[in-house]
Design a protein around this ligand. Structure first.
Ligand SMILES: [Zn+2]
Length: 322
């Protein structure tokens, strides 16, 4: 729903990310190795060198969302080809594929070792507050256990790490998301070309919340939230239909129709003449009063900062408040 905009220049961001990854090591003390060294170690084995001979650690970690599909196709094919070279029976080929994935999982495993530094990296470099898929829930968790009391992000692997273990730590494959969206995404492979981290992701401009009134209140005398309906509508194409369906966005937003109803109520309560009166009484600029009363979102504001900001922005346009 909201495009993930990276807040600092790409080189600096990627440098910070590598520092986070290298802050934790495999093994203790002098013998500890970084994840990059661990990957190079794996490549020193002939089978894996054949699969990754032209691919660097950095290339995997900083794969752009637009290129992931092509990349995974290439790697998956190489793994299968290598299994055929090394083994003659189907059963052994399957065993090779399984073991290869397990080995890659060991290197790029997100959980345990890397979850904490990556959470911290997102916390320090992004001011993300809400889920990029739904903009309904917050993504910051306050983790409480005996040793750690800290904020943590829920991060989704857009291409799931069980199928593609080598993408477990890839920066642009990680999307801050809520538990509800995370669980829905896992079951679906159909819209993988639409990652919020992609530069081509244009849900915000293409798809808008529309307000529908019950037939009985076409004159805008809306008495309750049951008199209205809201739905996401895409302009000129339907590439986000599946996306809306999978995350159940229309159904989930209907539960929150009261936000829109409150906006309509306020619009009736505070016509322009009333806002001008308030301006004269308080000396506060007209636009500021309007912004405060209707909770308006600024043109270039990052919509991921607060829940329902896309809904409020789109409905404000519908109600001609902005
Ligand atoms: Zn969500």
């Amino acid at each position: 729903m909201i495009q993930l905009k990276y807040p600092i220049p790409q080189k600096k961001l990627e440098c910070n990310y590598l520092k986070s990854l290298f802050s934790t090591k495999f093994g203790q003390g002098k013998n500890g190795t970084t994840v990059k060294q661990k990957f190079d170690e794996l490549k020193s084995n002939n089978s894996y060198d054949v699969i990754f001979f032209d691919i660097s650690f950095e290339e995997i970690i900083f794969l752009k969302p637009e290129n992931i599909k092509c990349f995974t196709n290439k790697i998956e094919l190489r793994i299968i080809e290598q299994s055929k070279i090394e083994y003659q029976t189907i059963e052994n080929e399957k065993k090779f594929i399984y073991e290869a994935k397990e080995k890659l999982k060991e290197v790029f495993k997100y959980k345990d070792k890397f979850q904490e530094p990556i959470s911290k990296f997102f916390e320090e470099n992004f001011q993300t507050r809400t889920c990029y898929f739904c903009n309904i829930h917050f993504v910051n968790e306050y983790k409480i256990d005996e040793e750690n009391h800290q904020n943590e992000f829920t991060l989704d692997h857009f291409y799931d790490k069980a199928t593609y273990p080598y993408l477990g730590l890839s920066l642009y494959n990680l999307i801050p998301s809520c538990y509800t969206c995370n669980s829905k995404l896992k079951k679906n492979e159909e819209f993988k070309n639409l990652a919020p981290s992609s530069q081509k992701y244009d849900f915000e401009t293409k798809v808008k919340f529309k307000l529908f009134l019950d037939d009985s209140c076409k004159n805008l005398h809306i008495k309750s939230k049951d008199d209205i309906d809201i739905a996401l509508k895409e302009n000129y194409s339907n590439q986000y239909d599946k996306y809306i369906e999978i995350f159940k966005l229309n159904e989930r937003y209907k539960v929150h129709k009261d936000i829109v109803f409150k906006m309509i109520e306020n619009a009736e309560l505070y016509p322009e003449s009333r806002l001008r009166e308030l301006q004269n009484l308080t000396g506060i600029p007209f636009q500021q009063i309007k912004k405060d009363i209707f909770n308006l979102i600024d043109e270039n504001e990052d919509l991921s900062k607060q829940p329902f900001s896309k809904l409020i922005k789109d409905i404000s346009e519908e109600l001609k408040l902005i």
